[in-house]
Design a protein around this ligand. Structure first.
Ligand code: ZN
Length: 454
């Protein structure tokens, strides 16, 4: 992969990493799941962080917390009952074994309420631990199967004496709502009805995980910070739509309820796992050649990151890229999910996330959106076979004409890749040619009516 050598602007202001850390420290203890008051409290914190954006942009900024009733049919799914945890404890012959007031990973998310006494052998099937990581509490869920469970570290489990145990899971699982947050920064290009203009850039992140920092408070913090930065810069041409949604059921719910908005999405990013110390990873959209794919390939490669092809597991890109929608939405992460040992355990704590890395992810989101919005693009008007250049006066001594081998190469690269998706910056990266020279040549091709600005 060749990259162009351009000066990167400073991607964050002075207080940004500290602000993101403070946000994560406040949101970390909340007991989030795919529904419930922990989600709502998290959305309230996000709204607080976005208040300066709302103030700066007036009616060009909107924030809405949606509440979708349990039982609502969404695509092939149904919005589940709402789960709220008060507290879960386990007491044994020697006293208290665990308490969700210490760590909310101790309860399997969506456990049904119980208050029961039982022998250790009958309790064991409900206990979850990680033999390979004996000091960590695992993260487990049971969204769509009614049962209950507790999670603890292997060392504690190994030390449990035989005898009677009392399990108390004080929780409710009953009809309620699925909550998600949606912010929009309305673009300059949008008409009053929001239907015209260059379209929408979608940024989404999942808010359903309880106390884990990289997965996914980091994604929430990075997207929130990116929104603040974009708002401070004033509206772009694109409308930017930011979704803070529970994983899977949240994106399915949004897609089901926003069929009219989907056609306006020209690019998008799913942001998750944004703060561990690994270089950035970009996962291409299912289309693989969308505008966002070219932009991210270039930006991530310039930072020493990796680009991976689409595959049908991971986070909400699975829904946005499902064949019926096939949206131009890729995913931005650091380490790939599941590949680091702290993943889905209590070791994914606030120390696992690096402030500078997180700020870099926020900067990448902003850079991607600005690139999609601002970089010049063209469409080849004679795309079937190569156009005959000689009869258009492109060879010769007139200004802007092809007078050197590099000019000829610029013409060939511009004609080959001006598909309306790739920009001059992308073509410079692909070809290794100087961007300024490409811009001059592009203008002469526009004058010759071989390229049309997009
Ligand atoms: Zn996860």
């Amino acid at each position: 992969m060749t990259t162009i050598d351009r000066e990167e602007p400073d991607m964050h202001d002075q207080g940004e990493p500290e602000r993101m850390r403070r946000f994560m420290e406040r949101a970390f203890p909340l007991c989030r799941s795919i529904t419930g008051d922990g989600v709502r409290a998290t959305l309230d914190l996000i709204a607080e962080e976005l208040a300066p954006a709302a103030e700066a942009l007036g009616d060009r900024f909107t924030w809405e917390r949606h509440e979708v009733p349990s039982g609502t049919a969404v695509l092939d799914w149904t919005v589940p009952n709402e789960w709220n945890l008060v507290r879960a404890t386990l007491d044994g012959p020697h006293g208290r074994v665990l308490d969700t007031d210490d760590c909310n990973l101790h309860v399997v998310s969506y456990s049904v309420p119980v208050d029961v006494e039982l022998d250790l052998e009958d309790l064991r099937p409900h206990l979850h631990s990680l033999p390979d990581r004996p000091d960590a509490v695992p993260y487990r869920t049971t969204y769509y199967h009614e049962t209950w469970g507790l999670c603890l570290d292997q060392r504690t489990l190994d030390g449990l004496p035989p005898g009677r145990y009392r399990v108390r899971i004080d929780a409710t699982l009953e009809p309620g709502h699925l909550s998600y947050g949606e912010a929009t920064i309305v673009g300059r290009g949008s008409g009053d009805n929001g239907s015209s203009g260059p379209g929408e850039f979608l940024v989404t992140t999942h808010i359903c995980h309880p106390s884990m920092a990289n997965d996914n408070l980091s994604g929430i913090a990075a997207v929130t910070e990116a929104a603040r930065r974009l708002a401070a810069g004033g509206p772009l041409g694109h409308t930017i739509r930011l979704l803070f949604i529970p994983g899977t059921i949240g994106s399915i719910t949004w897609l089901a309820n926003n069929r009219d908005a989907i056609d306006r999405i020209t690019s998008g990013l799913v942001v998750a796992g944004s703060g561990d110390r690994a270089p950035a990873t970009y996962k291409r959209s299912r289309r693989s050649t969308a505008r966002i794919d070219s932009v991210m390939a270039r930006l991530v490669a310039a930072r020493g990151g990796q680009i991976v092809d689409y595959y049908p597991y991971g986070y909400d890109e699975r829904q946005f890229c499902s064949p019926g929608f096939d949206l131009p939405v890729g995913r931005l992460s650091r380490s790939l999910h599941g590949t680091y040992p702290e993943y889905h355990t209590s070791n994914d704590d606030l120390d696992f996330v690096d402030d500078e890395t997180l700020a870099d992810t926020a900067g990448l989101i902003v850079a991607a959106i600005e690139a999609v919005d601002r970089e010049p693009r063209f469409v080849n008007t004679v795309p079937h076979g190569e156009p005959q250049l000689g009869r258009r006066g492109l060879y010769g001594s007139v200004g802007g004409a092809i007078t050197s081998k590099s000019d000829e190469m610029a013409v060939l690269w511009l004609l080959a890749y001006s598909d309306g998706e790739r920009s001059l910056d992308d073509i410079a990266a692909l070809s290794g040619l100087d961007r300024a020279g490409l811009e001059v040549t592009a203008q002469s091709l526009v004058d010759a009516e071989l390229l049309q600005p997009r």
